[in-house]
Design a protein around this ligand. Structure first.
Ligand code: CP
Length: 379
């Protein structure tokens, strides 16, 4: 039995090494054509995520581990001795926040997450202030960062640039970790993590996320957060997703195929009022008119997909309202003080779960999770 296991294990390792070598031999164009499932191993090292690029990289056990780390970090950071201790954990590491697309929450929450763990942070927020203005390619810019830092968090306007950067650095002698900070119309995986962490927190006393009905409202065609969140909801039992949008902004076929393949229940409608009576969570999104080709958003009556104060009476008493933010008029500000409004907490959760992700990627999660058992602070 032992021998068979060893042989199987050896075969597995040899096969994996062969696959890794084969993957490394591919050009970017060849590699990029592979499905996420085939590429995931290339973004791992020593059995853990090395580059966090898309939601499909997260399993349910890993999600639960990240929730536990985030909650523990939040608890430890409450008092100065705890925060001082956390800040010693990665004080030998440096991060580059390369955000050359607009961002408030993701940028500041990653910056804060790095501070919580003691990382030194550099930032570039526009290609007009980097040597890209002098003609340096984005690829050379990324490679330059890898000379100075241990982690790059990226939001880039070029489609696929985050993944290409990870591929590029993994083919050098000095790969550094990359996190997708929500690029272009690509995914926004850390937003999905904070959304899921918020759902988990909100439904803690109601059996968790399993069996919940989640309404996603608005621009589902171009909103990367609904895509990334849908991928993660696959890990939960008996979920039903209700997609509510104008005809032109319906969720796209690749996501519907994903839902069918994974036998996930979903409905599509443009009737927000009816869905509000039914949903346990209502996830609002703004119209993503920055991706318009011919100013087409101006012809869409998006007001039908706004949550108004008077709609609150339609909702379940214990339902929650979420929004990745920024918002325009999708949620009445009068709703902000309702107990069901979870979007400000959701925003703060971003900082904790991003700190948890960084802690996991640098393999310091056990020391955090064991805090209080193996470590005590002198107060
Ligand atoms: N939700 C989100 O990604 O917000 P920012 O664009 O402000 O980072």
């Amino acid at each position: 039995m032992f021998c068979i296991t060893s042989i199987n294990n050896k075969n597995f390792i040899m096969k994996k090494q062969k696959n890794d070598v084969l993957l490394k031999k591919l050009s970017w164009e060849e590699f990029n054509k592979l499905s996420p499932g085939k590429k995931i191993k290339f973004y791992e090292s020593k059995g853990r995520i090395f580059d966090a690029l898309y939601s499909q990289q997260f399993s349910r056990p890993l999600l639960e581990k990240l929730f536990a780390i985030a909650t523990k970090i939040r608890f430890i950071a409450k008092e100065k001795p705890g925060l001082d201790w956390l800040q010693s954990l990665l004080s030998n590491k440096r991060a580059m926040l390369y955000f050359v697309q607009p961002s408030t929450r993701t940028f500041v929450s990653f910056q804060s997450a790095c501070f919580i763990l003691g990382m030194r942070v550099s930032e570039i927020r526009s290609t007009s202030t980097s040597s890209e203005l002098k003609g340096e390619t984005p690829e050379d810019t990324i490679r330059t960062f890898s000379s100075y830092v241990d982690l790059i968090v990226m939001r880039h306007f070029l489609e696929g640039m985050v993944e290409k950067s990870a591929w590029l650095l993994n083919n050098t002698k000095r790969p550094v970790r990359i996190i997708n900070g929500g690029s272009g119309r690509d995914q926004h995986p850390t937003q999905a993590l904070l959304d899921l962490y918020t759902l988990n927190y909100s439904f803690l006393m109601r059996g968790g996320i399993d069996n919940k009905k989640i309404a996603m409202v608005g621009d589902l065609k171009r909103g990367r957060t609904v895509r990334s969140l849908t991928y993660l909801l696959k890990h939960y039992k008996n979920i039903e997703i209700i997609y509510i949008s104008p005809e032109y902004l319906k969720i796209e076929d690749d996501i519907k195929n994903f839902l069918k393949k994974n036998k996930m229940k979903y409905k599509e409608t443009d009737d927000l009022q009816t869905a509000l009576k039914y949903a346990d969570a209502v996830y609002m999104t703004r119209i993503q008119d920055e991706y318009d080709i011919n100013n087409e958003s101006k012809d869409i009556d998006y007001t039908r997909f706004h949550l108004k104060y008077e709609n609150l009476k339609l909702m379940k008493k214990d339902a929650i309202i979420m929004h990745p933010l920024p918002r325009r008029a999708e949620i009445d500000t009068a709703i902000d003080n309702d107990d069901r409004a979870m979007y400000w907490r959701q925003e703060r959760n971003g900082m904790w779960i991003r700190a948890a992700l960084i802690a996991y990627m640098f393999a310091i999660e056990d020391i955090i999770l064991n805090f209080g058992e193996n470590y005590s602070l002198k107060r």
